[in-house]
Ligand binder design. Structure first.
Ligand SMILES: Cc1cc2nc3c(=O)[nH]c(=O)nc-3n(C[C@H](O)[C@H](O)[C@H](O)COP(=O)(O)OP(=O)(O)OC[C@H]3O[C@@H](n4cnc5c(N)ncnc54)[C@H](O)[C@@H]3O)c2cc1C
Length: 383
């Protein structure tokens, strides 16, 4: 297969921008068209639950770019279909031809739905406009209920506490345990409780209220109300536009070890599901910022260099900032049990931790510790 001359990138966020920068960085001089359904230039979502929501960081600061010269960025254009035979992306503004395609359409917030009220609108935090909307609404309320105690839900809860709101988090499992393990999870939850954040674990959570949810009911008959309810219950890959394309879709767009979905087509970021990561036939999605960057680099290289491109090996690096904790973590598994301390002292709140112990590590975490990500990755490999 020869290298493409006309590359189309579907998506307008970090995976899309990284793919474009990699293509140009590799000397690709052909035409690049970026199609993004959002009305604003590419930006990073990471600060939306942190500095932007708190009002500390202006939304203009989160832009990523500018894109390299000669890249045509078409905003407000949604891809609606893909004809692989004709090598055409169908869009809300007509067809766009390609000979190389990068699928970087990411994911959207999963919505739980409101009991008996299909028109009720859940508040979620995924896009810049969600973030600005939520920030404005927060200035008019005193209590907030967050449904979902993952990284995003707990970051929203943390920011709301910082803003002086009464905050309740409801989840079906103890917040954060599935991500950072029960040991550090408990430490973060203690800090959350100290600033008044209430955490409820219930078997089933149902949203109630209209036009926006204002309460949740749990399976054991409890009911929790707040001025504002926000859902942070995971994400759903944006693959519907590919439904009739013939591409293999499972948990996302199926890609091989070089992020290839079909000849001349690669996928990266939250939308991609890797088949080579021991995850079974549905594939593995790794919906993190670092993954989007790392995968988009490999995807762009595969478009240009085919089998000479490197294989994609996720570093599995992730981080979160909440309730005064700055956690940076490398590893494929949520840690269990007590960690070994590699550096610092956890009683002072600054440490580098390893699980299951210092000899056999599957997870390394920096807790309020300045260790850079590259060193954490080295520490993980050092066993
Ligand atoms: C509030 C928030 C905070 C986060 N914080 C962290 C963090 O601290 N650390 C971390 O590692 N990760 C974090 N993440 C996750 C991280 O932001 C995502 O993993 C990352 O944005 C994925 O990038 P992406 O480019 O693959 O997809 P996305 O960011 O989802 O971007 C996809 C883009 O494609 C567009 N699009 C979708 N469908 C179409 C279509 N059919 N046609 C045209 N355009 C389309 C979308 O509108 C969007 O602009 C956070 C996410 C959120 C929402």
């Amino acid at each position: 297969m020869t290298a493409p001359r006309d590359v189309v990138v579907v998506g307008g966020s970090i995976a899309a921008v990284t793919a474009v920068n990699t293509l140009r960085g590799e000397g690709f001089e052909g035409h690049i068209t970026v199609l993004s359904e959002e009305p604003v230039p590419p930006y990073t979502r990471v600060p939306l639950s942190k500095g932007v929501l708190a009002g500390r960081q202006p939304p203009e600061d989160i832009e990523i770019g500018p894109l390299p010269s000669g890249v045509e960025l078409r905003l407000g254009v949604r891809a609606t279909g893909l004809d692989m035979r004709a090598r055409v992306v169908r869009t809300t503004r007509g067809d766009v031809s390609y000979d190389g395609l990068v699928i970087a359409s990411g994911a959207r917030a999963r919505r739980l739905g409101v009991l008996g009220n299909p028109v009720s609108r859940e508040l979620v935090l995924r896009s810049r406009s969600d973030g600005l909307d939520l920030r404005d609404r927060l200035s008019h309320v005193s209590s907030v209920l967050v449904v979902g105690g993952g990284f995003l839900g707990m970051e929203i809860a943390s920011t709301c506490c910082e803003l002086g709101k009464r905050v309740t988090v409801v989840d079906i499992v103890p917040p954060l345990d599935a991500l950072i393990g029960p040991y550090v999870g408990a430490l973060v939850r203690e800090s959350a409780e100290r600033v008044g954040c209430r955490m409820i674990v219930a078997d089933k959570v149902t949203l109630l209220g209209s036009p926006h949810p204002c309460a949740v009911a749990t399976a054991d008959g409890r009911r929790f109300e707040a001025d504002l309810v926000v859902t942070a219950a995971g994400d759903v890959p944006n693959v519907e536009w590919l439904a009739d394309s013939g591409l293999r879709l499972g948990r996302g767009v199926h890609v091989d070890e070089r992020c290839r979905a079909a000849p001349g087509i690669v996928a990266a970021g939250d939308v991609a599901a890797c088949l080579h990561l021991d995850s079974g036939p549905a594939g593995t999605r790794i919906p993190t910022w670092t993954n989007a960057v790392e995968q988009a680099r490999v995807a762009a290289l595969a478009l240009l260099h085919a089998d000479d491109a490197p294989r994609y090996r996720p570093s599995r690096y992730g981080w979160t900032e909440q309730f005064g904790w700055d956690l940076k973590m490398v590893g494929a598994e949520a840690p269990t049990g007590k960690p070994a301390v590699l550096d610092g002292d956890l009683t002072t709140g600054h440490a580098v931790l390893a699980w299951p112990d210092a000899e056999v590590r599957h997870t390394v975490m920096a807790v309020n510790h300045p260790t850079p990500p590259a060193k954490l990755k080295r520490l993980l490999r050092a066993t």
